[in-house]
Design a protein. Structure first.
Length: 290
């Protein structure tokens, strides 16, 4: 990744960047507090929206003696931040700014790639809720080799966790870290959930692209599940179309589904294709299919 200091431009600080001390104030709680990273990141995104001069690397997070600060790389933005002095956040919180000192610019440490071969896994990152959307995060990451960002739903994230999860699709290698607002963020490997078609009940695709004949998820016969005479609560009569066991096709205990999970994990961990993982494990994923 190129060093932002190599680029010039009107108002851009060169050689040294200005470090701005940031304090968090809370309604009903006297005194100044060191803001957590999630709060200071929200503040940076709000400041970006306020100032036209802000580029992606204009305002970054900087740690100074254990405190979270702002690194400002544009003189016009620096002057405006010091002029407003205070930024109101949600939840009765505000950030106040004071000029601390100039600090020698630290070049980018670069991204550490694990250089996988074959199957390319996707990445998974988490941020405090409300800092990024898929669109704003992709804007941050496009110059770091990512082509797509989509939100993570389901059991791995929820409103109770107060975090937003994002799945990152790299164009080539999946890096171990991404650089966001001047910080290196660890990227976890995303292991996708097992996909089961609602039309044919086979694994690995959706009903939208399915070209197979329908199979019922309750009785394994060749009709749509919605046409089945077996009610959804009459589980004693269920017959899985994949393993012929006494359960629904989407039951997580299905041995075929468990084999699919093992193949996916092996492909991600060993960075090989799904087909290669299946072959090496000698697993038949849908033994009842014709």
């Amino acid at each position: 990744m190129s060093n932002p200091h190599d680029s010039g431009g009107s108002g851009v600080l060169t050689g040294e960047d200005s470090i701005i001390r940031v304090w968090l104030t809370k309604t009903g709680q006297p005194g100044l507090h060191n803001p957590p990273l999630g709060v200071i990141m929200k503040g940076i995104m709000l400041l970006r929206n306020q100032f036209n001069e802000c580029q992606k690397d204009t305002i970054l997070v900087e740690s100074s003696n254990g405190s979270n600060c702002l690194k400002i790389r544009n003189q016009a933005v620096l002057n405006k931040i010091l002029e407003i002095g205070k930024l109101v956040l949600d939840n009765n919180q505000s950030l106040t700014f004071s000029c601390e000192k100039d600090s020698s610019a630290q070049g980018s440490q670069g991204l550490h790639s694990n250089s996988p071969k074959g199957f390319m896994p996707e990445g998974l990152v988490f941020f405090d809720k409300g800092i990024f959307t898929s669109e704003t995060l992709l804007d941050e990451l496009m110059d770091q080799g990512f082509t797509r960002v989509r939100p993570l739903f389901g059991q791995q994230t929820s409103d109770k966790m107060n975090v937003d999860g994002f799945i990152l699709t790299p164009s080539l290698d999946l890096p171990e870290f991404i650089c966001i607002l001047g910080m290196e963020i660890k990227v976890k490997t995303y292991i996708t959930h097992v996909m089961i078609c609602n039309h044919c009940q086979r694994h690995g695709h959706t009903a939208k692209v399915c070209r197979s004949k329908p199979r019922c998820s309750r009785c394994a016969n060749n009709h749509l599940t919605s046409s089945c005479t077996i009610k959804r609560d009459n589980i004693t009569l269920f017959k899985c179309p994949n393993c012929l066991g006494n359960h629904h096709a989407k039951d997580k205990a299905c041995p075929v589904t468990k084999n699919v999970e093992k193949v996916i994990v092996k492909a991600v961990q060993e960075k090989i294709t799904i087909g290669a993982a299946k072959k090496s494990m000698q697993i038949s994923l849908n033994p009842t299919c014709n």
